[in-house]
Design a protein around this ligand. Structure first.
Ligand SMILES: Cc1cc2nc3c(=O)[nH]c(=O)nc-3n(C[C@H](O)[C@H](O)[C@H](O)COP(=O)(O)OP(=O)(O)OC[C@H]3O[C@@H](n4cnc5c(N)ncnc54)[C@H](O)[C@@H]3O)c2cc1C
Length: 288
C-alpha cells in the first residue's frame, strides 16, 4: 500500500482550505470503499486524504420547497432509511438497497459514487434520472453542475484538484410520479450483467403519460437521460406494447451511440427487457 497522509475536516470551509492547500496534493476521502481499495492495489496520485465523511452539513437529507437536498457524505444506509427519499426518490432508495453488503452500504457515500464515476455505479443513474445537480466548492467559490455533465466517462469527472462536492439537489417530481431502479444480477460477472435502468413517470388525469424519465447505467460511455425514449412515451396511454417499443428504442439509441460490438446482441436484449420492466413497474404495477 502506498504511503500518504490523512486529515479529518470538521467543516466544509476547513475541507476546502485543506483540499486547496498548494503544499499538498490532496484528495477527498468519504467512506473510503473505492479510495482505499485503489490505494491497496496500486500507486496513488495524492499525498494526503482529506476525510469529509463527518462534516455535518454534508450529512443532511432535506426538502427545501420544491427541491430535495442530499449531502454528498450521506451513506447508502442513510438513503435507504430516509422517509423523505422513500417518498420522493424511490429509484435512489432502490439503488442504495442493491449496493454491496451492509458494510459497504454503511460506509459508501453518494458523493464518493459520483467522485469515483464507475460505469457500473448504482447511485449515478438515479441521480441523472432525477435531473440532479452537484454543488461543488473550492477556494475560488462554488458552482453547480448537472451530474450528467460532471461525469464525463468511466472513472472520469470534470472535478478539478481542490474541488469538493458538498451536496446534490434535484426537483421534486410531479404529484403521483413514481420511480424505480432495476439492474441485472451481480452474480453474473459478465459486463452485460452490469446494465441498470433508473426510470420515473407519472400519469395525467386522462390516464396518459405526462412525465417520463429514463437513465440507463452502463449502456453508453457517458451517462445520460434517453430523451429519445422519454419523448415517445409522453401523451401515450400506458400499455405493454408501448413499453416493448420503448425498450426497443432504448436498445436502438444505445447501438447508435456505441456501434455494434461482440456484446451488443446481448446488451440489446437485456436493455430492451430492463426498460420494458421498469416502465411496467411504474405505470402498471405500482406495488411491484
Ligand atoms: C466490496 C465492494 C462492493 C461494492 N459494491 C458496489 C455496488 O454494488 N454498487 C456501487 O455503485 N458501488 C459499489 N462499490 C463501490 C463503492 O462502494 C461506491 O462507489 C461508493 O459509493 C464510494 O463511496 P465512498 O464514500 O466510499 O467513496 P471514497 O472511496 O471515499 O471516494 C471515492 C472517490 O470519490 C472522491 N470523493 C469522495 N467524496 C467526494 C466529495 N464529496 N467530493 C468530491 N470527490 C469526492 C474521492 O476522492 C475518490 O476519488 C463497492 C465497493 C466495494 C469495495
Amino acid at each position: 500500500m502506498s504511503a500518504f497522509d490523512y486529515v479529518r475536516a470538521g467543516s466544509i470551509e476547513e475541507a476546502v482550505a485543506l483540499l486547496g492547500d498548494p503544499q499538498w496534493v490532496s484528495q477527498p476521502l468519504a467512506g473510503g470503499t473505492d479510495v482505499m481499495v485503489q490505494a491497496r492495489h496500486g500507486p496513488v496520485h495524492f499525498q494526503r486524504l482529506v476525510d469529509v465523511s463527518r462534516i455535518p452539513e454534508m450529512k443532511v437529507i432535506a426538502r427545501h420547497g420544491d427541491e430535495i437536498y442530499i449531502g454528498a457524505a450521506v451513506t447508502y444506509t442513510e438513503i435507504m432509511e430516509s422517509r423523505l427519499l422513500q417518498e420522493t426518490a424511490t429509484c435512489l432508495v432502490e439503488a442504495a438497497r442493491l449496493v454491496g453488503g451492509p458494510a459497504i452500504a454503511n460506509a459508501g457515500t453518494l458523493g464518493g459514487n459520483v467522485g469515483n464515476a464507475a460505469a457500473c455505479a448504482d447511485g449515478t443513474p438515479p441521480l441523472v434520472c432525477l435531473d440532479a445537480v452537484a454543488h461543488v466548492r473550492n477556494l475560488a467559490g462554488q458552482h453547480a453542475v448537472p451530474v450528467a455533465e460532471l461525469i464525463t466517462g468511466p472513472h472520469q469527472t470534470a472535478l478539478q484538484r481542490g474541488d469538493l462536492i458538498t451536496h446534490f439537489t434535484f426537483p421534486v417530481a410531479p404529484a403521483g410520479a413514481r420511480s424505480v431502479f432495476l439492474k441485472l444480477g451481480r452474480r453474473n460477472a459478465q459486463a452485460i450483467s452490469r446494465l441498470s435502468v433508473a426510470a420515473a413517470g407519472a400519469l395525467g388525469g386522462n390516464g396518459r403519460i405526462t412525465f417520463a424519465r429514463l437513465a440507463p447505467g452502463s449502456a453508453l460511455s457517458r451517462l445520460r437521460r434517453f430523451t429519445e425514449v422519454e419523448t415517445m412515451l409522453i401523451g401515450e396511454e400506458p400499455h405493454q406494447a408501448l413499453f416493448e417499443a420503448a425498450g426497443a428504442q432504448a436498445s436502438h439509441v444505445m447501438e447508435l451511440a456505441t456501434g455494434r460490438r461482440w456484446s451488443t446482441e446481448y446488451k440489446e436484449i437485456a436493455l430492451h427487457g430492463l426498460v420494458a420492466r421498469a416502465l411496467r413497474a411504474i405505470f402498471l404495477n405500482p406495488e411491484n
